[in-house]
Design a protein around this ligand. Structure first.
Ligand SMILES: [Mn+2]
Length: 356
């Protein structure tokens, strides 16, 4: 594996690359052109300057998270073919610059959903939290407002104000889209981009839905092992792979993540490894990466990745906000850097133990 760190780019991220470069054992960053809306084509020159920014600090550009998929593609509008052409042009530009990993999601309207972006824990740290009862009490447009208020002034991935202003219109788009239709639209999209991915060696890594069940009545199709395997079979090409996000899959305690990692051997291209604490059905809060701080056995996740020969980028995922850091919720430097060190330590120990 290669240890990486998510970075939103100069001007968007509160954490500069010169800090990220000081995290021990870091290979590179996972980044994006944060100002690009879904549907826009990325210019090769901008990808190159992103790569140059990283190289200046000795960091590789290990992948893109995300190239967002336009709602016309997800909902299957007639205009989807134009948007797929634009996506392919972006993949070509990335491929020309040697980028070989693209993370994306296929959630309608919203990316991840949380009910609280700064839940205070007894030690004074704050974390993102989810409570289905709170979500059920909110209309979707109020949800977008409340996320905007809780973001501390940072633009949050997936909650771009431009999109959220059109939220009613977006919901209307999905009125007749059930889970089967959404899945078919996903397969249509992947079939269309696979030739380009093969040509450039780009591995697509779909991010699971977060949380791993339908919210606001919108369908969701990437929720666990069964749906992931179904997608791998439907587009049976190694360039069609998965971002194994333990926090998203693990939002449903019924998901056996270790089993899923083993079942997806060879198709896990990217890993997000984080911990959370289940409080009740439909209610959880995020935690430090350490196993003892949450509900997960982080060693077991890393061991399963190791045993299946995982060689792609791995990154700590959302961290707590600690030590009075001012940062985008979940994406501060301090707790994610602790996560890097912890996950690297687990990996080192697993490797040494397995070699005897
Ligand atoms: Mn994730």
């Amino acid at each position: 594996m290669r240890m990486t760190f998510r970075w939103f780019g100069t001007g968007f991220d509160s954490v500069p690359l010169r800090y990220i470069a000081q995290i021990p054992g870091l290979h590179g960053v996972i980044t994006t052109l944060y100002d690009k809306q879904a549907g826009e084509t990325w210019e090769r020159s901008r990808i190159r300057s992103l790569k140059d920014d990283c190289a200046e600090y000795g960091l590789a550009l290990d992948g893109i998270e995300s190239v967002n998929v336009h709602d016309a593609i997800k909902s299957g509008l007639p205009s989807r073919d134009e948007y797929i052409e634009a996506y392919i042009a972006t993949l070509e530009a990335l491929g020309e610059e040697g980028v070989d990993l693209v993370c994306y999601n296929f959630m309608p309207v919203f990316d991840w959903t949380r009910s609280d972006l700064a839940k205070r824990r007894p030690d004074g740290s704050t974390v993102l939290a989810y409570d289905q009862a709170v979500i059920d009490s909110l209309a979707p447009d109020l949800m977008a407002e409340s996320v905007g208020r809780g973001s501390g002034g940072f633009a949050l991935p997936g909650w771009e104000p431009e999109r959220m202003a059109r939220i009613r219109e977006l919901f209307e788009l999905y009125r007749d889209v059930d889970a089967e239709r959404l899945f078919a639209n996903l397969v249509y999209f992947l079939d269309a981009i696979m030739p380009t991915c093969r040509r450039y060696g780009i591995r697509m890594a779909i991010h699971p839905d977060d949380p791993a069940w339908p919210v606001f009545g919108l369908p969701r199709v990437v929720t666990g092992e069964e749906s992931l395997l179904r997608l791998m079979r439907a587009v049976d090409d190694p360039h069609n792979g998965v971002t194994l996000c333990t926090g998203s899959l693990g939002s449903n305690p019924g998901n056996d993540i270790v089993g899923t990692i083993r079942a997806l051997e060879g198709r896990v291209h990217f890993a997000h490894v984080r911990n959370l604490r289940h409080e009740a059905p439909g209610k959880f809060e995020e935690a430090a990466h350490l196993s003892a701080d949450g509900s997960f056995d982080m060693y077991a996740f890393m061991k399963a990745l190791y045993d299946t020969g995982f060689s792609g980028p791995i990154r700590p995922d959302h961290g707590r906000t600690i030590w009075d850091e001012r940062a985008m919720p979940g994406y501060g430097l301090y707790d994610r850097a602790l996560g890097c060190a912890y996950l690297s330590g687990l990996w080192e120990a697993i490797g040494k133990a397995s070699r005897g």
